[in-house]
Design a protein around this ligand. Structure first.
Ligand code: CTP
Length: 398
C-alpha cells in the first residue's frame, strides 16, 4: 500500500529518534521512497550515515550543504506526505508558531503535502498546557497527530508521551492512504465493551459484551478520515493503531471520559453495554461467606451516558445509540430514540441468531430521528460498521 509513495521523514532531537531508523527501514521495505531531513539536534540522537544508507539518499540537515543552498521548497513539493517522527516539544512549538531556524522547519513551512506528527516527550511536558495549545494549533492546520503511547520514558518515569512504535506509524500511514476521506477533519467518540462494577476487590458485576461491534465502528470511522477516540471497557480485543484508546473499567469512568470529550466531538457512537446499576459501596475487603443463605447487594443507578450526552447535544453533532433487546424490540428502540435524544438507534435483538454478544456477525435495524426505519440482513460486524458509518455520514451532511 505504500508502494511508490513519497514519504518525507522529519527527525527532531529526542531520544525516540533511534526508532526513526526502524521507521525508515520499514517504509523502504513497504515500497515507499523515503527522504530524511533532520534538525541539527537530531543528529546527536540518530546517525545520519545509517539513515542515509537505509533511505539510499543523503540526509539533509543544514540550510546549505557546502556551497549549495538546499532547496527546501522542492522537497516539500516532492513528498506525498511529510511525517515528523519523533516530534519534540521544541519543534512542535516552532511549527505551531511558524518559526524557521533550520532546514526541517523551512521544508515544513514550504510543504504542500499533508503532514502527520508523532510526538515524543516526557509525560509532564506532554500534559503541559502549552503543549496542548500547540497540538491544537497543529490540528487546526489540518495535521494529524499519531497518538503517543504509555510506558517507560527516557526520564525513567512511567507514563504517557512515548512516540508510537515504528510499526504503528507504518500502519497509520497505510490507513491514511487507504481510507476514503469523507470524514476527514471530523472527531468521533465511540464507546465499546462491557463495564465492570466492583462488588469487592475480587468480584464485579459485568456482562458478555465483547467490544467487537464498537471497535469495528471506531476502525471504520478512522478509515474514513475521522480522528477517533475509543472509550473501551475491559475486553481482550486489540485495537488498530491510530485510534486514541482510553481504557476504563466502570460506568462512572466511561461517563467521565465521554463527558470530557463530547464538546469537541462531531460524532458520538455509544456501542458499549454499560451497567445500569453499580454496588452502592464496594466492600474494601473480600466478602466472606456468612451463615446466611442469602446475600443482599445494594445497587444504585449509574449515569446514562447516552442520555446525558443527548441532553447537551449541539446542532450538528450526531449521536448514535444501540438498543439490545430480547422482546418488544421495536417499541423499546423507538422509546430510546426519543428518551435519549439520539439521532440514530441501532437495534439488535438476541432473538436473531448470529446477532448480539460475542459473535462476529450482527443483524440490525436503524431507527432515525427523522422517522426512517431500515432493516439489514445478517452481516459481518465489520460490514455493519460500514452501514452505520454510511448512515452517520448522511446525518452529518444532511
Ligand atoms: N447506555 C449508556 N449508559 C448507560 C446505559 C446505557 O450510554 N448507563 C447506552 C448504551 O451504550 C446504548 C444505549 O444506552 O447505546 C441503550 O442501552 P441499553 O442497555 O439497551 O438500554 P438502557 O437505556 O440501559 O435501558 P434498558 O437496560 O432498560 O433496556
Amino acid at each position: 500500500m505504500l508502494q511508490q509513495k513519497k514519504i518525507l521523514v522529519g527527525i527532531t532531537g529526542s531520544i525516540a529518534a533511534y526508532k526513526s531508523i526502524s521507521l525508515v527501514r520499514l517504509l523502504i521495505k513497504a515500497g515507499a521512497e523515503v527522504r530524511v531531513v533532520m534538525t541539527p539536534a537530531a543528529r546527536e540522537f540518530a546517525s545520519p550515515l545509517t539513515l542515509a544508507t537505509l533511505s539510499k539518499h543523503p540526509v539533509l540537515a543544514g540550510l546549505a550543504e557546502g556551497d549549495n543552498w538546499t532547496n527546501h521548497v522542492e522537497l516539500g513539493r516532492w513528498a506525498d506526505i511529510m511525517i515528523m517522527a519523533p516530534l519534540s516539544c521544541n519543534t512542535m512549538a516552532k511549527m505551531a508558531h511558524g518559526l524557521c531556524d533550520n532546514l526541517l522547519l523551512a521544508v515544513y513551512l514550504s510543504a504542500t503535502c499533508p503532514v502527520l506528527v508523532a510526538p515524543a516527550m516526557d509525560e509532564d511536558m506532554w500534559h503541559h498546557p502549552s503543549t496542548r495549545h500547540n497540538l491544537d494549533r497543529l490540528r487546526s492546520y489540518g495535521h494529524e497527530v499519531i497518538p503517543v503511547g504509555t510506558g517507560e520514558l527516557a526520564s525513567g518515569l512511567f507514563g504517557e508521551g512515548r512516540m508510537a512504535e515504528p510499526e504503528e506509524i507504518v500502519a497509520y500511514l497505510q490507513h491514511y492512504f487507504n481510507r476514503n476521506k469523507e470524514l476527514s477533519g471530523r472527531k468521533a467518540l465511540v464507546t465499546a465493551g462491557p463495564t465492570y462494577e466492583p462488588i469487592d476487590p475480587v468480584r464485579f458485576i459485568g456482562n458478555h459484551s465483547s467490544g467487537k461491534m464498537g471497535i469495528a465502528i471506531a476502525e471504520e470511522l478512522l478509515r474514513r478520515g475521522a480522528e477517533v477516540t475509543l472509550v473501551l471497557g475491559p475486553v481482550n480485543q486489540s485495537v488498530p493503531a491510530g485510534i486514541n484508546t482510553i481504557r476504563v473499567q466502570t460506568a462512572q469512568q466511561m461517563f467521565e471520559a465521554c463527558d470530557s470529550h463530547f464538546n469537541e466531538t462531531d460524532i458520538a457512537v455509544m456501542a458499549a453495554a454499560v451497567a445500569d446499576y453499580t454496588p452502592v459501596t464496594p466492600a474494601k475487603e473480600k466478602i466472606k461467606k456468612g451463615a446466611d443463605e442469602q446475600l443482599d447487594l445494594h445497587l444504585r443507578r449509574t449515569t446514562d451516558i447516552l442520555k446525558s450526552l443527548g441532553e447537551r447535544k449541539r446542532k450538528g453533532q450526531v449521536l448514535v445509540g444501540f438498543a439490545l433487546e430480547t422482546k418488544d424490540a421495536r417499541n423499546y428502540a423507538l422509546g430510546k430514540l426519543t428518551s435519549k435524544n439520539a439521532d440514530l438507534i441501532v437495534m439488535n435483538t438476541l432473538a436473531d441468531e448470529g446477532a448480539g454478544f460475542g459473535t462476529d456477525t450482527n443483524k440490525v435495524t436503524f431507527f432515525t430521528a427523522g422517522g426512517e426505519e431500515i432493516t439489514f440482513a445478517l452481516k459481518q460486524k465489520t460490514e455493519v460498521a460500514g452501514d452505520i458509518t454510511d448512515q452517520i455520514t448522511k446525518l452529518l451532511y444532511a
